[in-house]
Design a protein. Structure first.
Length: 360
């Protein structure tokens, strides 16, 4: 997946969010037992045997990234046949009843055929696997894979990033203590970030109750915390944009003078904000978005294609095909500023936008 900076929006997100943060399971810890509700395909795995390797991957039928990773998991399952046991655990499914969910999952697996050629189980209705693995490890998105070796969890991450660590785990050269340290460090950062996000939500609620001065003061304080500085600024800008366009203009201009890496992040994130439904406020809001585009463009200059991709998304929302095509073409002209592999992965996003803008 294309690596993007902290302000990158959901358009390129790799995970589908499923749960709140918590963390009590980490690499190096004993693996929780297999407690699936039922088996849908393959050979049931009732326990994790000593000395053996397992990949336990959590997914759902509604999850786009999960669908994309299934064929890759099948490739790995075939590559490590007889060495690693793969288990796809369907979790977090949506449906009117347990029966409806089960029927939908079974139909999905049958339709996948040999593209999903590994053991598949269902976690619902109990949810024990999601609780003991996903929630315990503080994982808040799917797909997520857990590699188990000799009854211990040794790696946790996105299945599309599993090739190299899995190869090292099987050959016995993977550094589990080093990965554990990095995992716990990341977990601590994510916990701090989630706590800050809760404060952001509280400030929004305070503003909605009419305590606007107090809410804006709280957001100014949060803007001093690196983990949520961008979102604190964006939240403040979004709030005052609806109530006080002149103040919002001033804030946009001030943000446009910022220096440093990702200084344009608040402006670019604000660009991606959906406009108000109230037509009377929508025109004023769009002018603010245009102002943010202009200031961010001056800050970004020709640093790379990402800004112009985000700009094109704004024009896609507006159905402005002329300006959208200009933005896409500018992004394409700057692909050379990306590492070659990232540029290749980024091209399909631009191609989809180009098709949208070229269709009459």
């Amino acid at each position: 997946m294309v690596r993007i900076r902290a302000f990158a929006v959901a358009a390129l997100a790799a995970l589908s969010a499923v749960a709140a943060y918590a963390q009590s399971l980490a690499p190096g810890d004993p693996a929780p037992p297999i407690q699936v509700a039922s088996w849908v395909k393959g050979t049931p795995v009732n326990s994790l045997e000593p000395g053996r390797f397992y990949v336990i991957e959590f997914w759902a039928t509604w999850c786009g990234p999960c669908r994309q990773s299934i064929p890759h998991l099948t490739e790995l399952a075939r590559k490590y046949a007889g060495k690693v046991t793969f288990i796809g655990v369907d979790a977090y499914e949506r449906g009117e009843s347990t029966e409806a969910i089960q029927a939908n999952v079974k139909k999905f697996v049958e339709e996948m055929g040999d593209k999903m050629e590994y053991n598949v189980a269902m976690d619902q209705p109990s949810g024990k696997m999601a609780d003991s693995y996903m929630t315990a490890a503080g994982q808040n998105g799917i797909p997520t894979a857990f590699v188990v070796a000799d009854q211990k969890v040794v790696w946790i991450g996105h299945p599309m990033s599993m090739d190299e660590p899995l190869a090292k785990i099987v050959e016995g050269s993977f550094d589990v203590p080093k990965f554990r340290a990095a995992f716990l460090e990341q977990a601590a950062a994510e916990k701090k970030q989630m706590e800050a996000r809760q404060k952001l939500s509280a400030a929004r609620a305070q503003y909605a109750k009419g305590e606007k001065a107090q809410a804006l003061k709280a957001l100014d304080e949060l803007a001093k915390e690196p983990a949520v500085a961008t979102m604190a600024k964006v939240t403040k800008l979004q709030l005052i944009a609806a109530d006080d366009p002149k103040a919002a203009e001033k804030m946009i201009d001030e943000l446009g003078k910022a220096k440093g890496e990702d200084a344009s992040a608040p402006l670019i994130t604000f660009m991606m904000t959906q406009p108000p439904k109230d037509e009377a406020k929508k025109a004023a809001f769009e002018k603010l978005v245009d102002r943010a585009i202009a200031r961010a463009k001056a800050m970004e200059k020709d640093s790379g294609p990402l800004f112009y991709y985000y700009e094109a998304l704004v024009y896609q929302r507006r159905n402005d095909k002329k300006n959208g095509m200009v933005a896409v073409q500018k992004a394409e002209s700057l692909l050379g500023k990306m590492p070659a592999e990232e540029a290749e992965q980024f091209k399909p996003y631009l191609e989809r936008l180009k098709k949208f803008f070229s269709d009459q």
